[in-house]
Design a binder for this molecule. Structure first.
Ligand SMILES: Cc1cc2nc3c(=O)[nH]c(=O)nc-3n(C[C@H](O)[C@H](O)[C@H](O)COP(=O)(O)OP(=O)(O)OC[C@H]3O[C@@H](n4cnc5c(N)ncnc54)[C@H](O)[C@@H]3O)c2cc1C
Length: 278
């Protein structure tokens, strides 16, 4: 195994629910800390490429959005179990060496320029918005934010308590769209539970300002459906910034660094996956 001080290392993993694990890593120490300098200048919504040391050497790189605020020295990623790599993360031992490259991407880069913001997330697509909102909380931002978060069940909405807490300090309304079970009644004034998918009626009910800035992160099929709904309210797909968590035509084990296709449209991100550091 290589010199541990040269690499990021795993601080801890947090089981958010059965499927979702947060992974916290700390930067290298001493002179090697220069390698982490770029990460200190990260913006909310950006992602990094992670590799972990295994018994057989370094894993392949995988892209994950940074889910913590941008001020913390330790960096957190919130990751859904999808295949072999993501399933292995929860059991990693503290101290495991990690290679972390980034930050990459431009999703949400302009978000602080907009006073009225609508965030629409599907499942683990909440991660860039967690970073945005955690940042807003740290900086006591006055942005008006409406967050629509779609999940199958309330148990899938792993950050629901933290988001509810945020509505007390931020100008934030959270709308949970629960698709596979009856949602509970809300006990928090600016947290709402709706049965079913996001649609124009919910938009008109909770975020009727069409000149708000729209950001969307979720699986491709969900994005398509959401864009149609937005379109029916006069919001053009091109006016919506998007992130899809998909990459590459090469699913056969090639590049998983996030440099394939499927990154956002709109602003100046590198084609597919945002492979350039900001
Ligand atoms: C810019 C970016 C940011 C991301 N941020 C996050 C994040 O914050 N949290 C998170 O949980 N995930 C995120 N992802 C997705 C994450 O990179 C993948 O889920 C992970 O690399 C899958 O690794 P694996 O080996 O566990 O699964 P694999 O074994 O690679 O895949 C398991 C199965 O799912 C399919 N699959 C998995 N991931 C993808 C994908 N991204 N595109 C297309 N098919 C896929 C595979 O074809 C296979 O069938 C992000 C992806 C990108 C491009």
């Amino acid at each position: 195994m290589s010199d541990d001080t040269k690499h990021w290392r795993l601080v801890k993993t947090i089981a958010e629910n059965e499927q979702i694990t947060s992974v916290v890593i700390a930067p290298p120490e001493g002179e090697a800390a220069a390698t982490a300098e770029r990460m200190r200048h990260r913006k909310p919504g950006q992602f990094a490429s992670l590799r972990v040391m295994t018994n057989t050497g370094w894993s392949e790189p995988h892209p994950f959005t940074i889910s913590c605020d941008t001020d913390s020295e330790e960096v957190c990623f919130t990751i859904k179990k999808s295949g072999e790599f993501t399933a292995s993360l929860r059991d990693l031992a503290p101290g495991t060496p990690v290679r972390c490259e980034g930050p990459f991407g431009t999703f949400c880069a302009d978000i602080s320029e907009h006073h009225d913001v609508v965030l629409i997330a599907g499942g683990v697509g909440i991660t860039p918005f967690l970073s945005v909102l955690r940042n807003f909380r740290v900086h006591e931002s006055g942005h008006r934010v409406t967050l629509f978060w779609s999940n199958r069940t309330l148990a899938d909405a792993f950050a629901a308590d933290e988001l509810a807490e945020m509505t007390r300090g931020l100008d934030l309304v959270v709308v949970h769209c629960i698709t596979r079970e009856d949602p509970p009644a809300s006990s928090t004034p600016r947290v709402h539970f709706e049965k079913g998918r996001f649609g124009r009626q919910l938009l008109q009910k909770y975020a009727p300002n069409p000149s708000a800035a729209f950001y969307l992160c979720g699986p491709p099929a969900m994005q398509e459906a959401v864009l149609q709904e937005l379109s029916s309210c006069g919001i053009a797909p091109d006016a919506v910034q998007k992130e899809a968590f998909v990459y590459g035509g090469n699913r056969g084990g090639g590049d998983k660094s996030g440099s394939g296709s499927g990154r956002k449209n709109g602003a100046s991100g590198p084609a597919g996956g945002g492979g350039s550091a900001a």
